[in-house]
Design a protein around this ligand. Structure first.
Ligand code: 5CA
Length: 427
């Protein structure tokens, strides 16, 4: 594409409503424009990114044996009445009346629609298991849409739904998605941590949120440091094999969101516990017969008896991921190698203040612990830029800069750091 032809309306100034770096960047780089509160138009450059993310999600779903469908955005109130959620969903549901006075709604999720299809079309255990997904726009009339595409009202979600004959098989479907999610995020360069989660309006008793660590995350999260060191499942994953032990490699480690974390009961020592902020980029649920029962998703089992299907649902925030990837990737880590040394402390405090004043998100490791531990932490959290300040460097008027992705180190003069910071801030 010739730049002269491209529709890429970039902005010199940062719009005042953009409070976090991904929102600022997405507006300034001409990726999106807001059409109404929490509703965005994706411009050519942004839409390309969205489609690439969508494609990774699609490939990993297909690999795990899910089949793609496309459900409507506008749904009938009827199926939601059957499940009992039409009234429960409250003000987050955008309700519409058509010209015949029929009650419709813009789907916030699709458990009812897909369960209704399966109830009508699948009658025998021989046609199970099934796992159906779609990548479709959802609408939730959030009270406070904010942070651009991170918490929109209209947003793109990959949602899928598994249908199984019994608990064992449903648990296998859940495990497949658990592994597929770890792989999906890893392909995007993200380390997503599965955390025990609250099930909210979707319901059920087994659920994991997939969280990536980022300063601007909406929730506080707590997890065992060991989780950050686990490599994602590779191409050798065999989805037909028993995946329980692989899933337990992750789920046996302590990891909880704010609502689930109890400091009194936390089994992890303070020095092994990561306390951070996180962005929820996916959420998986097993909820048994919560929807299949009221919607009549029943099949004939091998012994001729009627069996109500066991279900799970699995969501990935596709449009949120565009923002989340930016949030997880723009941060500077500042390491003070000799806390207590007057010169090191003074240099670090100044750099820290300058970075903050320039609006660059920074973690300053001012703890009086071994340098090795500090480097390891910065690497684990995946901070892309590291500035290291040590006594020798400061004497020579220099700090070390490391770019994580390239694993390259260089030195920069303290008096050139202002320009370097300005460069980061401009991004
Ligand atoms: N039916 C289930 C799974 S299919 C469901 O709706 N789960 S959910 O409510 O947790 O949403 C799935 C994912 O969509 C979330 O993990 C989050 O990444 C994304 N998401 C939820 N609300 C928003 C929003 N307002 N803006 C952007 N993304 C959102």
């Amino acid at each position: 594409m010739r730049r002269s032809q491209l529709f890429l309306p970039t902005l010199k100034e940062t719009p005042s409503e953009a409070k976090i770096v991904s929102h600022r960047l997405m507006l300034r780089a001409g990726l999106v424009r807001q059409s109404a509160a929490g509703i965005y138009t994706w411009l050519p450059a942004g839409y390309r990114v969205l489609r690439k993310i969508e494609q990774i999600v699609r490939e990993e779903q297909d690999r795990a044996g899910a089949q793609e469908v496309l459900m409507p955005t506008i749904q009938s109130a009827e199926v939601w009445r059957k499940s009992g959620r039409y009234d429960d969903y409250g003000k987050e549901m955008l309700r519409i009346v058509d010209r015949h006075d029929r009650e419709m709604l813009f789907g916030p999720t699709a458990e009812e629609v897909i369960t209704d299809i399966v109830a009508n079309e699948i009658n025998s255990y021989r046609d199970l298991p099934k796992n159906l997904y779609n990548i479709q726009w959802k609408f939730r009339d959030e009270v406070r849409p904010r942070f651009g595409v991170m918490r929109g009202r209209e947003f793109l979600m990959k949602d899928n739904y598994s249908f199984d004959l019994d608990y064992e098989s449903a648990r296998h479907s859940y495990n497949k998605m658990f592994i597929a999610y770890l792989r999906t995020y890893a392909r995007m360069g993200l380390q997503a941590i599965p955390m025990a989660a609250d099930t909210g309006p979707i319901g059920g008793d087994l659920s994991h949120e997939f969280i990536i660590l980022a300063e601007t995350g909406e929730s506080a999260v707590f997890c065992d440091k060991a989780l950050l060191e686990l490599p994602p499942p590779g191409d050798e994953v065999d989805y037909s094999a028993d995946l329980q032990s692989t899933v337990e490699t992750w789920s046996d480690h302590y990891a909880a969101t704010d609502e689930m974390h109890d400091p009194e009961k936390c089994p992890i020592d303070a020095d092994q516990l990561v306390t951070a902020r996180g962005i929820e980029v996916g959420h998986i649920f097993y909820f048994g017969t919560k929807y299949s029962e009221p919607l009549g998703a029943v099949v004939q089992g091998p012994d001729g008896q009627q069996v109500t299907l066991e279900m799970g649902s699995y969501g990935i925030g596709v449009s949120r991921l565009v923002g989340a990837i930016i949030e997880a990737s723009w941060l500077v880590g500042l390491i003070n190698l000799k806390v207590g040394d007057a010169e090191c402390d003074a240099a670090c405090e100044k750099i820290y203040a300058d970075l903050q004043a320039a609006g660059v998100e920074v973690i300053y490791d001012d703890r009086d612990v071994r340098a090795g531990g500090k480097f390891a932490d910065m690497d684990l959290v995946g901070i892309p830029w590291q500035l290291t300040v040590g006594p020798r460097g400061v004497k020579d008027g220099k700090v070390e800069v490391k770019r994580r992705s390239a694993d390259e180190k260089s030195e920069i003069a303290l008096d050139a750091l202002g320009a370097w910071i300005a460069e980061r801030a401009a991004l």
